[in-house]
Design a protein around this ligand. Structure first.
Ligand SMILES: [Fe+2]
Ligand SMILES: [Fe+2]
Length: 199
């Protein structure tokens, strides 16, 4: 069995079932982006499998650092080479906060780290955050009590999250992948926000 296959089994046994669709999409996007950019597919894939692995046990706070630690321990136990363990770990650490600013600084991040960040944001860059924001709004107020102003504010917030996810993508390959869906999501928000009812 390859280390990637073992990582997949470990992921299936460790993540709560509800997390697995997200992990599966990040793995698929990471492999696609790694192939498109010439990055190390194995490192990108293992990093994708482990990137959120601490969340269920210790929460979202600093889950990048904790997940990187769990990945390091598991990989060392499986005699994975030290230099490659560090590359997986560095990618997981970098997946939460993008480096913003001049392109030189952004490009200084290892390619596999940039790819994991991008793979984790492809769906959000295409508007998945808008749906999430609306679901959370529905948890707070019933439809009958909901005002158009709240609805407009939530759509505006979802639009901002979508815009931010897209604008922080590191690679052209990810922008190409998410571009059409991103433009549709922004157009959808703008059309809703242009409705008389929401103004
Ligand atoms: Fe995460
Ligand atoms: Fe994630």
């Amino acid at each position: 069995m390859t280390i990637t296959e073992e990582a997949e089994i470990h992921a299936r046994q460790t993540y709560p079932p509800a997390d697995l669709p997200h992990i599966a999409e990040v793995v698929a996007y990471a492999q696609q982006l790694a192939a498109a950019t010439g990055a190390d597919v194995e490192i990108a894939t293992i990093a994708a499998y482990f990137h959120d692995i601490s969340r269920a046990s210790t929460g979202p706070e600093e889950h990048n650092l904790k997940s990187a630690q769990m990945a390091r321990e598991w990989l060392r136990l499986h005699a994975y080479p030290d230099e490659r363990v560090e590359r997986v770990s560095a990618a997981i650490v970098a997946h939460m906060l993008p480096i913003t600013g001049p392109p030189e600084g952004r490009q200084s991040l290892p390619l596999e780290s940039r790819i994991l960040y991008d793979a984790d944001k492809v769906s959000r860059a295409q508007g998945l955050g808008i749906v999430g924001a609306l679901v959370r709004l529905g948890e707070q107020a019933s439809w009958e009590k909901l005002g158009y102003a709240q609805l407009a504010a939530t759509i505006r917030g979802g639009r901002d999250v979508t815009q931010e996810a897209y604008s922080t993508l590191y690679t052209d390959a990810a922008r190409e992948l998410a571009g059409p869906g991103h433009r549709r999501a922004i157009e959808f928000c703008d059309a809703l926000l242009g409705l008389q009812a929401l103004n």
